[in-house]
Design a protein around this ligand. Structure first.
Ligand SMILES: Nc1ncnc2c1ncn2[C@@H]1O[C@H](COP(=O)(O)OP(=O)(O)OP(=O)(O)O)[C@@H](O)[C@H]1O
Ligand SMILES: [Mg+2]
Length: 506
């Protein structure tokens, strides 16, 4: 269905957009029309071509063929700076802020205010800091302008990028999965900004995999699948079921395919785990076949606890036991040797080697398996890679594709895939389906259930309450480094968890 809107109401119109990368046709005749002052949600499975379409708009990729009209004028081959000057701002899915810059420097990057003093022209740092602070305060962000980017959480960096787009007075702001790394409170903060921008006539293209968000903020929706335009229309003409069907081209029976698995022996025991100033006195157990969800707001200390169990950080106090044996974990290799694996939330920094191939990434985590002696068993390696690929439905031309060029969701699947060949006892998943489309999400959940059936003890950190509620046998809630409660599957509700996570109930 085409939207029945007069052309002059469009701020953006893209027609017949086609783009190929070596071996992949990422976009094939895609169209997109965005109304002035509207929130347009762009949806589609991982690898559908959403980010690529937006990168063409922002001038990062050249288009092979197709036309783009922005505010009534046709755009030629442009670059990022030209797009910025026209009033198109893009917030990327994979953030790459310069970590050693301050927030103010990042916000003013490339357009620093200058001042003349007796020796010449200088960057006016004072003004930069002042204006940045005013912006942060206006947006209700709890940061200081002179704070270094590296001090912020992923969520914080994302919010700063949003502030940056706002400060550039863009007419069209593109947000590529802005909430994939942030908590509910921060999402609320972002949605207030979106409403505010909209009221000022700014149009937004918003990419997300979160179903509840789509219907909360979308005015219009466009669906693409495998690089092709599928459908478009006002949000009110869709419901969740219809939308999922259009996105994945098939119906998905259940979003959380949780099965009750008989629990085995006690596997992992965390006793009084403490890292001064980070988390205090954390104790919980995970049995074989059990999925324990770690819930809490961003910064509650969940990832830090996981890091300690994986041997990345030392405990100041407390013990970690596995199958009745007390563990000494000085580094991740100690944990890996014991059969503990972790899929980290920050796949860029810890999870994957982006400049290496899919195959190499899978093999690197399993070297002793493929190279029992000194020679690499190439056949076993390739077979395992193929198996992983079909199991997780990783969308890649072949196993030699460089991981960095895959879509965000497919990168995440590989970060998980690389562990799945090992003989595991404990699997720690930190935000396992962040940025993953609904179809693949249920694939990953199905895999989790399969591992649980094989007797693995699973710890899952997730900021998505539906995922916590859908997949956990038990939920441990943390707040500000403390354990605030433990809920059984039967007792775990959205309200109970939020009350504990925000400290409303102790
Ligand atoms: N720079 C690149 N080089 C080669 N292939 C690429 C490049 N960028 C994207 N692709 C490929 O183009 C296709 C579309 O990718 P894109 O990142 O646009 O997907 P997406 O819809 O944003 O997915 P996700 O929801 O996972 O972020 C994928 O098959 C991807 O591997
Ligand atoms: Mg993307």
């Amino acid at each position: 269905m085409l939207m029945k809107v007069k052309t002059e109401d469009w701020v953006l119109e893209m027609r017949g957009i086609t783009k190929s990368f070596p071996g992949v046709k990422a976009l094939d005749g895609v169209q997109l029309q965005v109304r002035k002052g509207s929130v347009h949600v762009l949806v589609g499975e991982n690898g559908a071509g959403k980010s690529t379409l937006m990168k063409i708009l922002s001038g990062e990729h050249a288009v092979d063929s197709g036309e783009i009209f922005f505010q009534g004028t046709q755009l030629g081959q442009q670059n990022t700076r030209a797009a910025l000057e026209l009033g198109i701002a893009m917030i990327h899915q994979e953030l790459s802020p310069v970590l050693d810059m301050t927030i103010a420097e990042n916000i003013f990057l490339g357009r620093e205010p200058m001042q003349t003093r007796w020796l010449g022209l200088f960057v006016d740092f004072e003004r930069m800091a002042r204006e940045t602070q005013a912006l942060l305060d206006r947006l209700g962000l709890p940061y200081r302008a002179e704070q270094k980017m590296r001090e912020l959480s992923i969520a914080g960096m994302q919010l700063v990028e949003i502030a940056k787009a706002i400060s550039r007075h863009a007419a069209l702001v593109i947000m590529d999965e802005p909430t994939s790394a942030i908590s509910d409170t921060e999402v609320a903060m972002l949605f207030r900004q979106i409403a505010d921008l909209k009221a000022r006539g700014v149009a937004m293209i918003y990419i997300t995999h979160k179903m509840d968000e789509i219907f909360q903020i979308a005015d219009d929706i466009t669906i693409i699948r495998d690089g092709q335009y599928v459908d478009s229309g006002p949000a009110s003409s869709y419901d969740q079921h219809k939308l999922i069907g259009l996105m994945v081209g098939r119906t998905i029976s259940s979003i959380f395919p949780k099965e009750t698995v008989p629990l085995g022996e006690l596997a992992l025991s965390v006793r009084g785990a403490t890292r001064h100033g980070v988390f205090q006195n954390i104790s919980f157990d995970v049995r074989q076949g059990e999925i324990v969800g770690l819930a809490g707001l961003i910064g509650a200390g969940r990832t830090e606890v996981a890091r300690a169990i994986f041997g990345l950080d030392r405990l100041d106090k407390g013990e970690i036991w596995l199958n009745g044996q007390k563990l000494t974990l000085n580094q991740p290799s100690d944990a890996i040797q014991q059969g503990i694996a972790m899929v980290s939330e920050d796949r860029k920094a810890e999870g994957l080697v982006l400049c290496r191939s899919v195959q190499e990434n899978i093999s690197l985590a399993n070297l002793e398996k493929f190279a029992p002696g000194l020679l690499l068993d190439l056949q076993a390696e390739t077979e395992a890679g193929q198996k992983m690929r079909s199991m997780l439905q990783i969308k890649t031309a072949d196993l030699n594709t460089v991981v960095g060029t895959l879509s965000g969701g497919n990168q995440q699947k590989i970060a998980i895939a690389k562990w799945l060949l090992r003989d595991l006892k404990v699997l720690i998943l930190d935000e396992p389906t962040r940025g993953i489309d609904v179809g693949s999400k249920s694939e990953i959940h199905r895999l989790m259930t399969q591992f649980a059936k094989q007797g693995l003890a699973i710890i899952m950190i997730s900021s998505e309450l539906p995922e916590i509620l859908g997949m956990s046998d038990r939920v441990v809630v943390m707040q500000e480094g403390h354990m605030r409660g433990e809920l059984t599957r039967a007792n775990a509700t959205q309200e109970n968890i939020m009350a504990l996570a925000t400290g409303a109930k102790t």
